[in-house]
Design a protein around this ligand. Structure first.
Ligand code: HEC
Length: 400
């Protein structure tokens, strides 16, 4: 099978657009899910699904070293499982990473490995899910982020200022200094966990409720990271108590200077909550067959001048006039791609870098609203559109 695939590719045949990974099944359990870790017994009865995380190549960084480190990134295959009970839902994601990277509080150029689980605040219309990176104006996401960090001493919040002193200035020696250092270490925190509501990078609000807190962990075992999340099925930000919910996973590789937008991420992926009925629309939007002929779509993309503003395939020249599309088929849904072409301002891709192309910004501000500078292609025939979407869905790096 592998041989056949490579022969076809060598012959220049574009593989027809394949749907995303299969949906994830959340098994119904009676177990308590308030606290969850990678070795919780609940995962024994769970059903693992392979999901693919694609390098987010939308924007280039100004930093040459970072761009070089990420030049030939492949996609990552991860194993995911889910479980839910009356009140909570839990996820586990396991992915390979040869190097354990831990962010150090006092160093700005060392980045920690991390993972995030993202939910759409509103998924009633599967054709208008939030922008996959970080949500977008009017389409909010809830994000739970866990990063691997070294011990940071955070007396604030504990009210302890007696240990907020540089050890060299304590006037303590030998045994007393050792005791002091021990106390400082004991007060340190190595658990960087944040939850946000976001509508794009510029509007992130940290959720700091004391109440229904998520329980998130990251563990490095035999060159694999395992991330777990348990959170309420329903809180004031998102209601996940449905037959089918969209979820997206992201991971950061600290060894490749991964941070902010520089990550690997899955497309919106459906999670079916075992035993509930409904959600067929969402299911088919995310995992259904994609209409259209990818080979014809490639021609349509060339004939409509898309490559003038976009790097479409890896072999094309880089362009700063629009986002790179080389992995867009991996992380974007078919509906999102269609909307991007016929209504560019519906979602304006965030992460715009004003230095990237001084004469041609990605968007202009009109009455405080961001308006895309991309040509509106709503005049295209449906068949051309279908073909283009089918082609764009083939644009993605293979897994390692
Ligand atoms: C005049 C330049 C220009 C042309 C021509 C153009 N685009 Fe765009 N495109 C942009 C810009 C700028 C953005 C980012 C702002 C936005 O979201 O609309 C964008 C965004 C996109 C996105 C969203 C990418 C992402 O990472 O989410 C897709 C998909 C896309 N374009 C596809 C196309 C296709 C297909 C064509 C040809 C039919 C095309 N574009 C033609 C400038 C252009």
């Amino acid at each position: 099978m592998k041989k056949l695939a490579s022969t076809l590719l060598a012959a220049g045949v574009i593989a027809s657009a394949v749907a995303a990974d299969s949906a994830i099944t959340a098994v119904k359990v009676n177990a308590n899910l308030d606290k969850i870790s990678y070795n919780s017994p609940v995962w024994k009865s769970a059903k693992y699904t392979t999901v693919t995380l694609y390098p987010q190549t939308t924007i280039k960084f100004n930093d040459k070293k970072t761009n070089a480190l990420n030049a030939n990134n492949k996609a990552i295959s991860a194993q995911v499982a889910a479980a839910y009970n009356e009140t909570r839902i839990a996820f586990i994601i396991k992915w390979p990473d040869g190097t354990k990277s831990v962010q150090q509080g006092n160093k700005t150029d060392i980045y920690g490995d991390a993972f995030a689980v993202q939910f759409a605040e509103n998924y009633s219309n599967p054709k208008e899910l939030p922008y996959i990176g970080m949500g977008s104006d009017g389409r909010a996401v809830v994000i739970h982020l866990q990063k691997e960090t070294g011990l940071t001493y955070e007396p604030n919040g504990k009210g302890d200022v007696s240990h907020q002193i540089n050890p060299n200035q304590t006037n303590l020696f030998e045994k007393d200094l050792a005791t002091y250092n021990k106390e400082v270490t004991a007060a340190g925190i190595a658990d960087y966990q944040r939850s946000f509501v976001a509508q794009g990078f510029r509007s992130m609000t940290e959720i700091k409720d004391g109440g229904a807190k998520p329980d998130v962990h990251l563990d490095y075992v035999k060159k694999d990271w395992t991330g777990t999340l348990s959170r309420p099925l329903k809180d004031e930000y998102v209601n996940l108590d449905s037959a089918v919910i969209p979820v997206s996973f992201a991971v950061w590789d600290g060894a490749k200077n991964g941070r902010n937008g520089l990550k690997y991420l899955t497309s919106w992926t459906a999670v079916t909550l075992q035993g509930k009925t409904g959600g067929a629309d969402l299911m088919s939007a995310l995992h259904g067959k994609i209409e259209g002929d990818a080979a014809k779509g490639k021609e349509a993309v060339a004939n409509n001048g898309c490559t003038g503003c976009h790097q479409v395939e890896k072999t094309d020249a880089e362009s700063f006039m629009g986002p790179s599309l080389v992995n867009v088929g991996g992380y974007a849904t078919a509906d999102y791609l269609r909307e991007s072409i016929v209504n560019p301002s519906a979602v304006v891709v965030p992460g715009y870098n004003r230095n990237a192309h001084s004469n041609t910004p990605w968007y202009n501000l009109e009455n405080g609203k961001r308006v895309s500078t991309m040509t509106d292609f709503s005049f295209l025939e449906k068949a051309d559109l279908d073909n283009m979407v089918a082609y764009l869905k083939t644009l993605k790096a293979g897994a390692k």
